[in-house]
Design a protein around this ligand. Sequence first.
Ligand code: GLN
Length: 459
Amino acid sequence: SAAELDARLRAEGEARGGELNCFTWRSGEADAPSARGLPPPLDAAPLWGIGGVVKANICVRDRITDCGSRLLARWRPPYDATAVARLREAGAQILGATVMDEFGMGSSTEHSAVGPARNPHDTTRVPGGSSGGAAAAVAAGLAFFALGSDTGGSVRQPAHCCGVAGLRPTYGRVSRYGLVAYASSLDQIGPLAPTVADCAAVYGVVAGRDDYDATSLDASVGAPLAAAARPAAGLTIGVPRDLLALADADTVADFDASLDALRGEGVAVVDIALPDSEVMLAAYYVIAAAEASANLARFDGVAFGERGRGDDYAAMTAGTRAAGFGREVKRRILLGTFVLSAGYRDAHYERARRARQLVTGVYRTALAACDAIATPTAPTAAFPLGEKVDDPLLMYRSDVFTVGPSLAGLPALTVPTGRDRDGLPLSLQLTGPALGEETLFTLGAAVERARGFRAEGAA
Ligand code: GLN
């Protein structure tokens, strides 16, 4: 029953939430109807009584939404994000907010003002990032689903590290209203959950047009749960073999096992090319930093969050930002300001925009020959805490497989598949055409069935 589930979450949350450092806050919704053991109402909504968590950059009314930043440590938005409002309407309970890299900038959740979250499979390892707390909470059984945000991989890469499913929807599929902006042309909210079907269920609730987000798409969401139950036979997967040189040996072996499993499900596997993929990381990090530098200008100590000392506006703002932002955020703001500044803009920002158009075309061509593209989600399994935190370029390379779909605005799904020699989760990333989420659910569920990976055992 929902009441038993609620009690289990509470008990486990007390035992594991602290060790994993995955929660920004946890609610005591003990008086929620499901927790009191009441039966579902006659018109029970699809997620009635199901407890989930949201990344701490997704607004929850009157609750701390700190974005992993000291600058917003006490900031409580006066409204729910559209995605949160839709979850509540669907009957879900918001059990808490989860620890993240500050404003979404990172791949390990170490760039967080409230300390790193830890991987439930091995607490000396990172849970991935930037939605690391969300992935850790789901993998440890502390929430049935999470909403994360994905700019260049922040849903998929932590899902990979923690062995759960995670979807980056098509750009515009889920409203960004109430998602604190990092890089607006790339940001998307997406679900993480133990299985592909669970992801599909949450996606089905949060996706769809929203008048509060002018970039949200007015297209039918379809029947995601039915798609996850459909056979995959007859579909075609494209594999860009050249890219596998970027992954370690265990990752490549696991990837090949997934392709074999898909063939066993009646899926055709063909070779495709993703030319010019070496420009993806560079283009992503220029564009994301440029947009971040503009978006984060609003944190001047006046309208949101903490206020530093200073005798006039300029001094107060400088003080607020100097003390409020962490090192990685400052690095991105400096980079972004540089690539947008007069004299450098053409050489960097405009060039990155042209590269983005090139990448978009490359994906369009590749997806004309297949229903979805398969790659690993990341080059390695979860890495040790501290390994990359002082080497930004090394950290950025964790995103080599995830930034391409982001630049092209395409949906991409991470499905847990196996484990490496240390027992850490590995996964497959499936990238589809715009609005191709249903195909991804069909293929993802087939991979899951055939590989038989289960996140249980993490706790
Ligand atoms: N690691 C990437 C970055 O730091 C992606 C993060 C994200 O998707 N929010 O920008």
